[in-house]
Ligand binder design. Structure first.
Ligand SMILES: Cc1ncc(COP(=O)(O)O)c(C=O)c1O
Length: 376
């Protein structure tokens, strides 16, 4: 049988592939893009109640008004993105679906999307699905993968219709300072480009402040969700916001003709994510994640790797130099530790591996670091 040519170059997500391998081989799993915490109980209780109350039907395609209003208020209060109401918000089945809808709304054949290199593994395939062209914008380990002059000069000379930002970052853990985001916005404004600001790790922040491009540039699509902050990866719930309502309405068209809406009782349960109780649970989680990060950094210090302390998310992304990161990850897997090689995140990830401390307890993290130390 013949299949569509758009899938020719498409591979399975590298992170999912290595996570499956780690499970199969029963190794200590540092591949996972989630935490090992449970969803806050207040959210679970609210969801069960919604089920019992029969909230089992289609919702408006943009999502239930109550949830969208809470999201709009949160973005105004915490992210300083003004002039939002529920019509500027789109709720969907995870941030990934949201990103797909944004790219499909903006990009067509011949359009360029500027993507920092390295980046989360799904950005490039999503752009390709929309027949767009990825322009990789290089970042350097020595600079902690924060945009520098070279980054800005390549970005300036590209002709993007859409620019991706992801801070705190997957895979590097880098948090972009406000002045860096302002410089990216300046370029986007002059080039009349959209910005997609993926803020899914916003609350998993150890140092520095979080700054949203959407607070200073109306053609920003702010993407966030419940997966990482509330340990809800399996619930599939994310959202987009933009002061530019037109882009949200275009994305909603795709939503209405594909997934229709996010799961009804999941949306009702997520209303409880905006409570003090849920916030306290998140703070506890971040405290524990910080300890794991500090321990990982302490252990990595003795290696020759280039590694700048990540300020957010739950990854470290050391550069081991001229090594073949795919072979290195295979070798670690054989010795009992699963990590993700750096090159699937982009050519600037070559020689790196992504170590996730999100879903490993201290005992296993220690064991894993012993193994990594021996091999390095
Ligand atoms: C940077 C980034 N954006 C988006 C997502 C997707 O999140 P969701 O589970 O909401 O689809 C992930 C998940 O790993 C991610 O790391």
């Amino acid at each position: 049988m013949k299949f569509a040519s758009r899938l020719k170059e498409m591979g399975e997500s590298a992170t999912f592939r290595y996570s499956t391998l780690a499970k199969k081989n029963k190794v200590i799993d540092l591949t996972i893009g989630r935490t090992d915490f449970d969803t806050p109980s207040i959210i679970k209780e609210k969801t069960k109640k919604a089920l019992d109350e029969g909230k089992v039907h289609y919702t408006p395609t943009k999502g239930i008004p109550e949830l969208r209003e809470l999201v709009a208020k949160k973005l105004e209060k915490e992210n300083n993105i003004q002039d939002l109401d529920s019509e500027n918000i789109l709720v969907s089945t995870g941030a990934k679906q949201i990103i797909y809808e944004a790219v499909m709304s903006i990009i067509q054949e011949g359009d360029v999307v500027a993507v920092p290199n390295p980046s989360w593994v799904s950005y490039e395939p999503i752009v390709k699905l929309a027949d767009g062209t990825v322009k990789w914008i290089p970042l350097k380990a020595e600079n902690g993968f924060i945009p520098d002059e070279d980054f800005f000069s390549v970005l300036e000379n590209s002709n993007p219709k859409l620019i991706f930002i992801n801070s705190p970052n997957n895979p590097t853990g880098a948090v972009y300072p406000e002045r860096i985001i302002r410089k990216i916005v300046d370029i986007a404004e002059r080039k009349n480009a959209f910005i997609l600001s993926d803020e899914i790790y916003e609350k998993i922040l150890y140092e520095g402040g979080h700054f949203s491009a959407g607070s200073i540039y109306e053609n920003t699509i702010t993407v966030n969700g419940f997966s990482k902050e509330f340990s809800m990866t399996g619930w599939r719930l994310g959202y987009a916001a933009s002061q530019n309502r037109e882009i949200i309405n275009k994305m909603n068209l795709i939503q209405s003709q594909t997934v229709s809406c996010a799961v009804s009782f999941v949306q009702h349960g997520a209303v409880a994510a905006f409570t003090e109780e849920a916030r306290r649970d998140v703070e506890e989680m971040v405290k524990e994640l910080r300890e794991r990060r500090d321990y990982t950094m302490k252990r990595m210090k003795n290696s020759n790797a280039v590694l700048i302390k990540p300020s957010g998310a739950f990854y470290v992304f050391p550069l081991f130099g001229e090594i073949d990161d795919l072979k290195f990850a295979d070798k670690l897997m054989k010795k009992g530790v699963g990590v993700i090689p750096g090159s699937p995140f982009g050519s600037c990830g070559r020689g790196c591996v992504r170590i996730s401390y999100g879903a490993v307890d201290m005992g296993n993290l220690k064991k894993a670091m012993n193994i990594i130390e021996k091999i390095v």
